[in-house]
Write a protein that binds this ligand. Structure first.
Ligand code: DGI
Ligand code: FE
Ligand code: FE
Ligand code: FE
Length: 189
């Protein structure tokens, strides 16, 4: 049994059918982006398959993982609970799937916010999460088109829109999200 098959079998139990299909969509998009921008396909597949593994844990399961793996959250993560699944996923990848590659672990950990000086793999996973084929939000077509042209600009555009949305909802914006935006804007064509 391959690592890919093992993860998929586990995800079937951990995720709803919809979230499972989203994850397969991210895998597909991550393969496409890796071919286009020259990233290791197996690393991209593992990162994509594991990126939302903690997304649908119950509150008790979340508490258990935090305790077991000594996970520490910053101030914004402590109040913005939709951010927790990314960091918890990193620990599950490391300790339950024996993933040692720092780049894969970071791609999972930073897939929601991004961060300054993101690696190519981190950008690919973050962007694949936005453009996968099941995503339906306003503006997704534009991001898909940009993703064929410039990795930095496509992800800048996506994260910028997330920030606009968060601001309009009076939601906290994580410093990593702003740092990612500025990094991408400085580096795009
Ligand atoms: O897990 P997914 O739904 O596939 O996607 P995701 O991991 O990108 O999570 C998206 C959610 O995270 C969405 O509700 C917006 C939120 N988010 C992204 N950046 C920030 C944020 N929420 C806060 N409070 N602050 C951020 O900087
Ligand atoms: Fe996510
Ligand atoms: Fe995302
Ligand atoms: Fe996702």
């Amino acid at each position: 049994e391959s690592i890919f098959d093992r993860i998929k079998k586990d995800l079937k139990h951990l995720l709803s059918e919809k979230r499972y299909q989203h994850t397969l969509g991210v895998e597909k998009s991550a393969i496409m982006l890796s071919e286009k921008y020259g990233e290791n396909i197996n690393k991209a597949r593992i990162s994509a398959l594991l990126h939302d593994i903690a997304k649908q844990l119950s509150d008790d399961e979340i508490k258990e993982k935090i305790k077991k793996y000594n996970i520490v959250f910053d101030e914004i993560e402590q109040v913005s609970h939709q951010l927790l699944h990314a960091k918890i996923g990193r620990y599950i990848a490391q300790y339950e799937y024996n993933i040692e590659d720092e780049d894969i672990l970071n791609a999972i950990s930073y897939h929601t916010t991004g961060r300054a000086d993101m690696s190519k793999l981190e950008m690919i996973i973050c962007l694949a999460d936005y453009i996968e084929e099941n995503r339906k939000f306003e503006g997704v077509e534009k991001i898909r088109q940009l993703s064929y042209i410039d990795l930095y600009y496509a992800l800048y555009y996506a994260l910028n829109n997330t920030m606009i949305h968060l601001a309009s909802e009076n939601d906290l914006i994580h410093q990593d999200t702003l740092n990612a935006r500025n990094f991408l804007l400085k580096n795009c064509k």
